[in-house]
Design a protein around this ligand. Structure first.
Ligand SMILES: [Zn+2]
Length: 286
């Protein structure tokens, strides 16, 4: 989508009586976690009132994925969709039997509410699971996503070279789907972004782009094709300015969108329309 050449920077949504809020999608929010156990209904209501009508809950292990599925099924009509998967932190917990259960979970709930495999990937910052185990589990889940023809949500922290080589290994056996998935909370270089975009991946951006010290991500956003960027909060983590230090929620998505509008030099409404369309296409949402 072309941008109007008028810098916006404004965080304001249209709030006039006749104007409905802009529509947004939070493509990554861990709402099935404990921080929302007491007030999830309010969080969902506030998010929807802000225009965030669809929220994707990523699983981090088998039990968490099942919890996310149950939550989405318990709250129909709330715009909750789910990705199931085992995070690199928990890679050591995935047994062959667990992988079969993950497959079963998708087959039972495909399309509604399961729309992706994730979050999966490699995290060499914390190394909570041995690196060779992380690679094996990442590879197995990439293959599962290929088998089931679903996009993946990739978590890559300080492991880009190995992420790319595991993906290349899997792709050598069977070509990746046209939209292989998204690199969530993208924090890599412009050069790596070019490689990922060429492979068909989308890039996800979160609250840290609103932080004062953000630099690299802003360059990536400036050069990212507008039809390949999605917004995510990673709730309850990575709360954007000016709420930093508090629990994150999907209702802050417009704050992240406003930063993207500022970088792209376009209207907030265009970022809402474009990123919503992007998330819909990426996850096959209607
Ligand atoms: Zn996450």
């Amino acid at each position: 989508m072309d941008c109007l050449q008028q810098p916006s920077g404004s965080f304001q949504q249209p709030t006039g009586d006749q104007l409905p809020p802009l529509e947004w999608i939070d493509s990554h929010a861990h709402l099935q976690g404990k921080p929302y156990a007491q007030d999830l209904i309010e969080v969902l209501a506030h998010s929807r009132a802000t225009g965030v009508h669809t929220m994707l809950l990523p699983g981090t292990d088998l039990a968490d994925s099942q919890t996310a599925v149950d939550l989405a099924l318990r709250h129909p009509g709330q715009g909750l969709v789910v990705s199931v998967g085992v995070h690199p932190h928990d890679a050591k917990s995935l047994t062959p039997d667990g992988l079969s259960q993950l497959r079963e979970l998708v087959l039972q709930h495909r399309s509604h509410p399961v729309v992706a495999i994730g979050e999966i990937g490699l995290d060499y910052h914390y190394d909570f699971s041995p690196r060779d185990v992380q690679r094996d589990v990442f590879r197995a889940q990439l293959e599962l996503a290929q088998e089931l023809d679903l996009p993946v949500i990739v978590h890559d922290r300080e492991a880009t070279a190995d992420c790319l080589s595991v993906i290349a290994e899997v792709a050598a056996k069977r070509p990746l789907r046209e939209i292989p998935g998204v690199f969530h909370c993208y924090s890599g270089s412009v050069e790596t972004a070019v490689i990922l975009l060429k492979m068909g991946f989308y890039l996800g951006f979160d609250g840290p782009i609103t932080f004062k010290n953000a630099r690299k991500a802003l360059e990536v956003i400036a050069s990212c094709p507008h039809d390949r960027l999605v917004l995510e909060t990673d709730s309850p983590y990575l709360t954007p300015v000016p709420h930093r230090g508090h629990r994150n929620t999907p209702e802050y998505i417009p704050l992240i969108g406003a930063k993207v509008a500022e970088i792209w030099g376009c209207d907030l409404a265009e970022v809402a329309v474009q990123t919503t369309a992007n998330a819909r296409k990426l996850f096959g949402l209607s």
